[in-house]
Design a protein. Sequence first.
Length: 346
Amino acid sequence: MSVTWKRRILINDPISLDPVQIQQDLYSGNQVIVQFSDPSTYGSILDEVNELCARFDENFGVRFYGHYSVSFDCETLLQIPNVKMLLLNCLHQAHNTNVLAKLNNLYSLSVGIYELENPEILSIDTLRSLSILNISSEKKMLNLEYLKEFSRLEQLHVIGKVKNLDAIGDLEDLTYLALHSISNKPLHFINRLKKLKDLRILLGGREHIQDIEENEIESLEICRVRGFHDLSNISVFRALKKLVIEDQIQLREINFDQQMKALEELTIMNCKTLAHLTGMEQLPFLHKLRIFKTAIDFDSFIEQELPIGLTTIEFATFKRKVDQEIQKTIVGLGYQNGIVYNENRA
């Protein structure tokens, strides 16, 4: 199954905490994160936070961010040894990151430190038990070789400068992978991820994803990838249920040349040179279609054979009068139209 994201409730720089309300929010299926932006905000409350970390599961988290005038001292983490979900992100600097080795209960970790002091941070033994990892490195080349030992990892989001990317291929239980701002590195390793269900490729640069062979991926997103112009191997995603293509200015056509029985949702946004979307009859179970800001001619598109299961079409050029006529046509053909048009929009 694809990853289901929970709603996050943030408690920012608290003076006090309400355990009853936190418990209620968690039992309602949310995540609750207590977050701190400056050392002056957490000196007297971390003992209480640690008690809550022990009491609740990995859906209760602690975040340190900001700290704009100082480097975050990771020695602070010794006050919350029970933490299961930890976020150290939106930080310019942090020191004593090796303290992570003393946190034995971590389930989920997010590291986003602009000036990451230790590009070998993933060598820390206690991190091998993580199930969720979100990590970025903007200045130093982050070494991913150590991921081969992360046998429990299920979700991974990697951002920025990295080396040994193909080590990800050894993560046998990985179900979710996001590659963010990673350019032109081969993707063959994805073929070894037999349990992968969600794949996101964001920013960075590459011309295609031809490296990827037949797979069981259910959700694919390609967003703002520089130079991307070829989606001709889309049929190898035979289990795909959801496809999102966004901000791809060099992609001129998408052709579904083989039947894709699993695809239910297709979203294409801000692909300004995309003029041809063909083979729609190959998507018998597509029920929701969104096409925004493309070069596709609506009148020609709507005349082709469309999926028999299609119920909702959202098509917008963001030209008010044109879109109003398009929406009338969509409704007149018996489709649902999910767009609520703002009359004040230019």
